[in-house]
Ligand binder design. Structure first.
Ligand code: UDP
Ligand code: MG
Length: 325
């Protein structure tokens, strides 16, 4: 007897969560209502699923997911063995989603799930990636806005794979794109960079970002800085190359300077002064060398991480979410 393949849902919503016990139930209530509405509007009785990825929470997040699953089996979860970080959690979600479209979204409802309807419309028009762009970032603090701005500039200046400015992880991905991302072998998973690299027909929908309703942000400036370095070093080798050019320039300058000194000494004799200029040259060059060494180290460190071929995440427990699709 042939078992008919289980119909794949139209939409998989994947939600990384870290210590979000109070956010799960409000999220489920609001998002499942929207998905049900979309499903009725669609008429094809297309199913949906929500997959939470519990990224090593230390509070009652897992219990909240379990009770949501007991109430509605379309709500599922994966519990990771520890905190692997949001990018790894998103990878786990992509690997286990079955939908023809996959939508990563944060649990804090800062990105309005109502936009999903519009994203689906764009998808039906033939777009394979529909990313949400924040119309304004007024809900972010000024320093966060400025640093975000600076980051997008720097990334897109240094890298060939341009990431759209002010697009978060909230987006709709066609199955084709998901399969491509799943096949990317790297451990360093800066998702926005991977999406940008993959190409496909992309389009944007705009929305206003709300305040976080419950819980607190999991990203402090140090984490964001680390994420920024991950993003740039995984997308660009310009920071490695720039030192050769700078070194060349300085060497050239030093050559001219040497000729100048020689000529001057020949014409006017020796003069002992010059201690300050010497210190400046030594300190400046020392600084530049340490900086370039540090950047070299960043990349070497990343090579080490990649060559270990460790898994990106480890699943400890599955909640209504079968293995291996
Ligand atoms: N998150 C996660 N693992 C982490 C940190 C955060 O899965 O190590 C989740 C978090 O629970 C939330 C999403 O990533 O669903 C976005 O986090 P947050 O809202 O704190 O980030 P922000 O909106 O402040 O950038
Ligand atoms: Mg948030």
């Amino acid at each position: 007897m042939e078992i008919p393949p289980s119909p794949s849902p139209l939409i998989s919503v994947i939600v990384p969560v870290k210590d979000e016990e109070d956010a799960i139930l409000p999220f489920v209530a609001r998002v499942s209502a929207i998905l049900d509405m979309l499903r009725e509007a669609d008429g094809s009785a297309a199913a949906w699923e929500i997959i939470f990825i519990d990224d090593g929470s230390s509070d009652a997040t897992l219990a909240a997911i379990l009770s949501a699953n007991a109430a509605d089996p379309r709500i599922q979860g994966l519990s990771l063995s520890r905190n692997f970080g949001k990018e790894a959690a998103l990878s786990a979600g992509l690997d286990n989603a079955r939908g023809r479209t996959v939508i990563p979204i944060d649990v804090d409802l800062q990105d309005p799930p109502e936009v999903i309807g519009e994203m689906l419309d764009r998808w039906r028009e033939g777009h394979e990636v529909v990313y949400g762009v924040r119309r304004n970032r007024m809900t972010d603090s000024l320093p966060k806005r400025l640093t975000a701005d600076l980051y997008y500039r720097a990334h897109n200046w240094l890298s060939m794979d341009k990431i759209p400015e002010h697009a978060g992880d909230f987006r709709l991905l066609d199955r084709k794109v998901v399969e491509v991302i799943k096949r990317m072998p790297e451990r360093n998973r800066f998702m926005k960079g991977l999406f940008a690299w993959s190409g496909f027909r992309q389009t944007a929908v705009e929305y206003d970002r709300a305040e976080r309703e419950v819980g607190t942000t999991k990203f402090n400036y140090w984490k964001l800085w680390t994420l920024a370095i991950d993003g740039i070093t995984s997308a660009s080798t310009v920071p490695l190359r720039v030192w050769s050019y700078l070194g060349g320039l300085i060497a050239l300058f030093a050559l001219f300077y040497a000729v100048f000194l020689m000529v001057r000494t020949l014409l006017f004799g020796v003069d002992v002064a010059g201690y300050p200029s010497m210190m400046v040259a030594i300190l400046f060059l020392g600084g530049v060398q340490l900086l370039s060494l540090g950047i070299l180290g960043e990349y070497v460190g990343r090579i080490l991480v990649e060559t270990k071929h460790r898994p990106i995440y480890i699943v400890r427990q599955r909640i209504g979410c079968e293995e291996g699709h």
